[in-house]
Design a protein around this ligand. Structure first.
Ligand code: DC
Length: 233
């Protein structure tokens, strides 16, 4: 375990009772894979809030509504039917798990997730989902806005270079020919957008513990979070 990261047993837990582990952090840090694995280990459910913003962006793209057209946006948001089941994301009853990973959606999700009204609607849905049962939830504002009473808050980080290297290797493994500098620049653009937006910017909750995963394997990160949770439950 890296010296920069505190041992799990030395970490203070929040005093609240909500059985929910909030994992926030920047793009490409491995939150989704980590959160899914932590949920599997604990037998808890997993909610990917980034996938919800992506599905909302896909719905907006498909209808062609400009974000400035507020009445049309309101109508779309009122009928936005999002569900996650078995690790898949559904828009109405359509499985959009692959469609939400397209470059077009990835571009569109930045302005969509910066829209206060979109966030209001999705945060409501997330609170409704997480209010029953035991959850591991990942995103950008889970510990700071959505579930401030989460029993365990982790702010997962890694250097931009470490995140870009992982993303670069993922794209290579998919048979693509990525350019490292472009991958790095894209991550940095998303970091800036996520942390400087007016509504719910990415930041560490005061009672979250930061885990720098730059030099850790996925297994080490998962073990650390599970150990931290178990040491305090
Ligand atoms: O984690 P991701 O890359 O799938 O997230 C997609 C986008 O949604 C990203 O631009 C950040 C945004 N997001 C957000 O603003 N708040 C969340 N709770 C989750 C994701």
């Amino acid at each position: 375990m890296d010296q920069r990261n505190p041992a799990p047993q030395n970490v203070r837990m929040t005093g609240s009772a909500l059985p929910l582990i909030a994992i926030d952090g920047p793009s490409g840090v491995g939150k989704s894979t980590t959160a899914r694995r932590v949920a599997e280990r604990l037998g808890w459910q997993y909610l990917d809030t980034g996938a919800m913003y992506r599905a909302a962006a896909l719905a907006i793209l498909r209808t062609g509504i400009p974000l400035e057209d507020r009445p049309s946006l309101e109508r779309l948001l009122a009928g936005l039917d999002l569900t996650q089941e078995g690790g898949r994301m559904y828009l109405a009853s359509e499985d959009v798990s692959e469609a939400i990973r397209s470059q077009e959606v990835t571009r569109m999700v930045t302005p969509v997730s910066a829209d206060a009204r979109v966030r209001e609607v999705l945060v409501d849905q997330q609170r409704h989902i997480g209010s029953r049962g035991h959850w591991v939830v990942d995103g950008r504002d889970i510990g700071t806005v959505v579930f401030t009473q989460a029993c365990c808050k982790v702010f997962l980080t890694a250097s931009p270079e470490a995140r870009a290297r992982r993303r670069f290797l993922e794209l290579l493994a998919k048979g693509q020919s990525p350019n490292f500098e472009e991958v790095l620049a894209d991550l940095q653009r998303r970091d800036t957008a996520d942390s400087t937006r007016a509504v719910a910017p990415l930041r560490k909750a005061e009672d979250a513990v930061e885990l720098d995963s730059s030099d850790l394997s996925l297994d080490q990160v998962v073990d650390w979070i599970v150990a931290r949770h178990q040491a305090h439950s």
